[in-house]
Write a protein that binds this ligand. Structure first.
Ligand code: 5AD
Length: 348
């Protein structure tokens, strides 16, 4: 057996590797097929061919933050801003429910227009009307008491990517007003409160090194999240990073497979960013070990405005309304979409 094959076997058996073995795996494409098959084997053992779907509602693109990579950063004056009302959000859920969605993800920029009281009101209204559904929030860094209030109102899942777990890299991607320490504080608070927590990072973000990626894997091992979202960094012209190149699909797929082998039970989405850099990106993500897809349920009129990065797909098969086409594509890849609340399975 050659060296990379041994490394993959070791990772499959032990769910971990020494740093140098991770580096070898990340820097070589020779063993990709073996790696993807090993990840697929593990996902099939635990999740079969099931793919969970989440209806993503991007309810505000106002943001008080100024992350250097993000198209909806505060200083992007050419972004056309919007906010959805509670009624609009509820009607997205109604539409999603009829399409078969049983999880809704409310995502937005960090927008103080929505007070904690408003968020709690939206959350509890959704839970009241759709009592057999799970509600996920993805609205950034908040205080522990705010997170507790949302949880008590009925939100049980929270997505907050750590973006990078290296201090220096974190400062290269964010203005001084933000800190890795606070990001991590948020994630551990969320866990302590009882949320199912999702974290993750961008692949190929400016200045990212292989060592940074190893630190990201180590941080995720420490956090042990239920969900792990990764996608390629994609350049946006109206950001300070306009001249950096986008991340690669190959490395993203390799990382999805590695994450599946480290975290056999995790919910790992095949992300919109992956579908944006390659027309078959999302199918390839599933084959590499991902088991979640998050179609867009935002109203068509605002969908184009939630531009975290350029050319973000939003009107084709990734739109929730195209669920039939998505089902066909997923089936053609050898998997099956499940309309179910889709909780993470637990090791017994
Ligand atoms: N390219 C890819 N992903 C991005 N995100 C933000 N900006 C970009 C970009 N330019 C990701 C971040 C954030 C998530 C909602 O979108 O990781 O957490």
């Amino acid at each position: 057996m050659d060296n990379l094959d041994k490394i993959i076997k070791n990772l499959s058996d032990n769910r971990d590797l020494p740093n140098d073995a991770f580096i070898a795996l990340l820097q070589n494409n020779d063993a990709d097929n073996t790696l993807f098959s090993a990840a697929d084997l593990v996902r099939r053992k635990i999740y079969g061919v099931d793919v969970y779907i989440r209806g993503l509602i991007e309810f505000t693109n106002h943001c008080k933050n100024n992350c250097f990579y993000c198209g909806i950063r505060r200083d992007n004056k050419s972004a056309v801003r919007y906010r959805l009302t509670k009624e609009q959000i509820l009607s997205c859920c109604t539409e999603g429910y009829l399409l078969g969605f049983r999880t809704f993800v409310l995502q937005g920029g960090e927008d103080n227009f929505y007070s904690d009281k408003t968020i709690c009101d939206i959350v509890s209204s959704i839970r009241e009307k759709f009592s057999d559904c799970a509600l996920t929030l993805s609205i950034g860094e908040k205080s522990k008491s705010s997170y507790t209030a949302y949880y008590n109102a009925g939100a049980t899942r929270y997505l907050l990517r750590h973006e990078t777990s290296d201090e220096i890299h974190y400062q290269q991607l964010h203005p001084n007003s933000m800190s890795l320490q606070n990001r991590k504080r948020c994630l551990f608070d969320l866990k302590e409160i009882g949320y199912q927590v999702g974290s993750g990072f961008m692949v190929g973000s400016p200045y990212q090194t292989t060592d940074n990626i190893i630190s990201d894997l180590r941080f995720l091992q420490q956090l042990n999240p239920d969900m792990i979202g990764i996608g390629p960094y994609i350049t946006h012209a109206q950001t300070p990073f306009a001249n950096f190149k986008s991340g690669s699909m190959a490395l993203t797929l390799r990382l999805i497979a590695i994450l599946r082998l480290i975290f056999p039970y995790a919910l790992i989405p095949s992300t919109t960013a992956l579908g944006t850099i390659h027309p078959s990106g999302r199918e390839l993500g599933l084959k590499a070990g991902a088991n979640v897809i998050m179609p867009n349920l935002s109203p068509a009129a605002v969908r184009k405005l939630y531009t975290l990065y350029e050319n973000k797909i939003c009107t084709g098969d990734e739109a929730a309304q195209s669920i039939k086409n998505l089902k066909k594509r997923v089936e053609a890849t050898g998997y099956r979409i499940i309309t179910d609340i889709g909780n993470a399975k637990k090791e017994i």
